[in-house]
Ligand binder design. Structure first.
Ligand code: G4P
Length: 532
């Protein structure tokens, strides 16, 4: 290896080491948008809180590109927010909060190195958090927990820790401890550095929080009772939960916990510092065969999301690529794993909601938006040098099914194109069968809201108004050609081919499936697990 190459390699490793690529997982309303704003605000990526996520009359930049999102105050699409803090580059990937879009979240979680699990202090672990946590466990992602809304009445901190341990089996190791009960919050004790961080409310809350580091003695004098309680609790915590443990955190067996409130900016800086210090930097990523490609190997990236028409003014299609190894230089010609064809990266961008900037160079952990990348599909790899393929990104099993037909037959071509587009983006899964024909494909979704998005997009982007007819199926199983043949004449059951070639048998109820399995144990009917 020449001296220049060695310097280059070192550059990639050093750049990777200062990347933190993560997502926030939470139940809707736990405060994810607020926290995202607060994190970016601390890092000064934006000048005023409220400029990141649109909710209500706040100006939306990152993710509410669709009118539907604005109306409902949910974020459907995921975008990446990039900011620098303490010499580190943060890539914060947005995940949709609504359960119906878990599929999207799955893909985002394939592109991160760690997550922040955000809990509402009054609610603890909620259903969507549990579901998303399962994905994190499956992917062995390390989890930092942030207990939010401590400025409001909520539950006891010890009770919340207990819930984390009991329900998801993660050992909580608090890094900070609240002084004053939820709703009457004075600040936190910093367990690792010692001392007390005092919070003072600032009017409006949308500015950098007033926080002050004071000595334990001074704090004790100011908040004697609350302080005594906190100290007592901390003794208990030290005895039961122990201290932060890097190995079990990395293995997904323990979670560092911080207490704060995103809205008045309490504890947000500590969260950023924790991500800097403890969250993992990008590591060599295993390929489909289980081999790892070094971080400083030639460029390789994973397409984890494809999104069309993010901005109606642009009407384009963007593939989001997570850089896994090497240095990405805009303009380089790489190879597309699915076709083996060269792919030019002239239109590489950094996407910040509707704002875009040309992205010239990127390193492991970074997210590159490739504009008009029509041939790229979720799960594909792009690489320079030796070929690489990544393991398939898992998907949730659909539970809702509907046929979709064009209402206006003169728009059939646009309808077809639209359905193909939705399929390639994974907005819905598209199933086809000979019996039903090509004009009436079946859309399969995890949650019914996906149908609304599909219908809305077909109508508004492709100008192809559609009719949706819900089907009475509620679960799908993977079968094979022999199974499909055997099921052809079975009543209540239909077999379809999915876009990726998988054969899916749809059942109206679990009971119907069970009875069929009992009578025909020879028919292959596998649960739809990761990657099938
Ligand atoms: P989400 O993205 O997870 O769905 O949650 P979001 O940030 O929109 O927060 C949900 C609600 O909780 C918002 O109130 C938000 O202001 C509030 N919130 C978030 N963090 C905190 C916190 O630390 N303390 C308190 N007290 N409230 C918090 P909203 O009334 O539903 O919306 P908005 O009109 O304020 O935007």
């Amino acid at each position: 290896m020449t001296a220049t190459m060695a310097a280059h390699d070192h550059g990639v490793r050093a750049e990777a080491a200062r990347r933190r690529t993560f997502a926030v997982i939470s139940h809707p309303d736990a405060g994810k948008s607020t926290l995202t704003e607060a994190l970016a605000l601390h890092a000064s990526a934006i000048t005023e809180a409220g400029a990141v996520h649109g909710k209500g009359d706040r100006r939306g930049v990152t993710s509410d590109w669709l009118a539907m999102e604005r109306e409902r105050g949910i974020s459907i699409t995921s975008a990446a927010l990039r900011f620098e803090y303490a010499g580190m580059v943060f890539n914060l990937l947005d995940t949709p909060g609504h359960a119906d879009f878990s599929e999207d979240t799955y893909r985002v979680l394939a592109a991160v190195d760690g997550v922040v699990m955000l809990l509402d202090a009054a609610k603890g672990l909620e259903p969507q958090t549990l579901k998303l946590f399962d994905v994190c466990r499956h992917r062995r992602l390390p989890v930092i927990t942030f207990v939010n809304k401590w400025d409001r009445p909520g539950r006891e901190p010890l009770e919340l820790l207990d819930e984390i341990e009991q329900r998801i089996g993660l050992r909580p190791t608090p890094l900070t401890w609240p002084v004053g009960v939820a709703g009457d919050f004075h600040g936190v004790l910093d367990r690792r550095r010692g001392g007390f961080v005092r919070y003072t409310r600032t009017p409006g809350g949308a500015t950098r929080a007033a926080e002050q580091l004071v000595s334990a003695e001074q704090a004790e004098a100011e908040h004697d009772t609350a302080f005594a309680v906190a100290r007592e609790e901390l003794d208990l915590v030290a005895a039961t939960c122990g201290d932060f443990d890097p190995d079990s955190y990395a293995a997904g067996a323990s979670t560092p916990v911080l207490f704060g409130a995103a809205l008045p900016n309490f504890g947000v800086r500590q969260l950023l510092d924790t991500v800097v210090e403890l969250a993992p930097a990008p590591a060599p990523r295993p390929d489909a065969a289980g081999a790892t490609r070094r971080l400083d190997a030639p460029f390789a990236g994973l397409v984890f999301k494809v999104q069309a028409n993010m901005d109606p003014a642009h009407r384009d299609r963007i593939a989001f690529v997570r850089v896994c190894s090497g240095r990405f230089e805009r303009g380089m010609v790489v190879t597309h794993s699915a076709t083996g064809r060269p792919f030019a990266t002239k239109y590489a961008q950094q996407i910040f909601g509707q704002d875009r900037a040309v992205l010239d160079t990127a390193f492991p952990g970074d997210i590159v938006g490739l504009v008009n990348a029509g041939s790229l599909r979720v799960g594909d790899a792009l690489y320079d040098g030796p070929a690489v393929r990544y393991p398939p990104i898992p998907s949730f099993a659909p539970e809702h099914f509907a046929t979709v037909t064009a209402r206006d037959s003169s728009r059939y071509k646009q309808f077809r194109r639209g359905v193909e587009q939705l399929d390639s983006e994974g907005v819905v899964q598209v199933l086809r069968s000979e019996q039903r024909g090509d004009h009436a494909p079946v859309l399969a979704a995890v949650g019914p809201m996906q149908f609304e998005v599909a219908t809305h997009r077909l109508e508004h982007e492709f100008r192809a108004p559609v009719r949706l007819d819900r089907l009475g199926f509620s679960l799908a199983r993977a079968t094979d050609v022999a199974g499909a043949e055997a099921l052809r004449t079975t009543s209540d059951v239909e077999v379809f081919t999915r876009g990726d070639g998988a054969l899916l048998a749809l059942f109206p109820t679990k009971w119907r499936l069970l009875s069929l399995q009992r009578h025909h144990p020879d028919i292959r009917l596998d649960p739809l697990v990761a990657g099938t």
